[in-house]
Design a protein around this ligand. Structure first.
Ligand code: RB5
Length: 149
């Protein structure tokens, strides 16, 4: 499994903790920035990670900003991306099972590191259930196509 990560300054600390956690598990990762605490713009990093995931260069993305809101809104503008902002473990596995989410977004100023790592594990260990959920995800793609012309 290959994971692309990105954050702004508001999410960099939690992103570093997530990277350590994934590396300990032997999961291949790449950090697409930001690399310093200097103030920066979350859409820049959402775009990099979202493009990598949409191109299937990575299986999943993990994005972190202060709230997780701006970075998830930005990622969801890239066709093929279903970025889910999750601050509980139920949502994290449900969004893989039901929505086939391909990016997990987190707020570094919202959740503590312990809960955040459980959320990451819940997301990565869950599988898309298909069936009726596939029909609904296909309808999301149809909406995207309607406005991508
Ligand atoms: C940066 O101060 C902050 O606005 C950003 O990290 C994020 O919370 C935006 O949604």
């Amino acid at each position: 499994m290959k994971i692309a990560l990105g954050s702004d300054h508001g999410g960099i600390e939690l992103k570093r903790d997530i990277i350590k956690h994934l590396e300990k598990k032997g999961i291949e990762i790449k950090d697409f920035g930001t690399y310093t605490e200097e103030s920066c713009d979350y859409p820049d990093f959402a775009l990099k990670v979202a493009e990598e995931v949409a191109s299937k260069n990575y299986d999943f993305g993990i994005l972190v900003c202060g709230t997780g809101i701006g970075i998830s809104i930005s990622a969801n503008k890239v066709p093929g991306i279903r970025a889910a902002l999750c601050h509980d473990t139920f949502s994290a596995h449900a969004t893989r099972e039901h929505n086939d989410a391909n990016i997990l977004a987190l707020g570094g100023r919202i959740v503590g590191v312990g809960l955040a790592l459980d959320i990451v594990d819940a997301f990565l260990n869950a599988e898309f259930q298909g069936g009726r959920h596939e029909r609904r995800v296909n309808k999301i793609t149809e909406i995207e196509k309607k406005y991508s012309k």
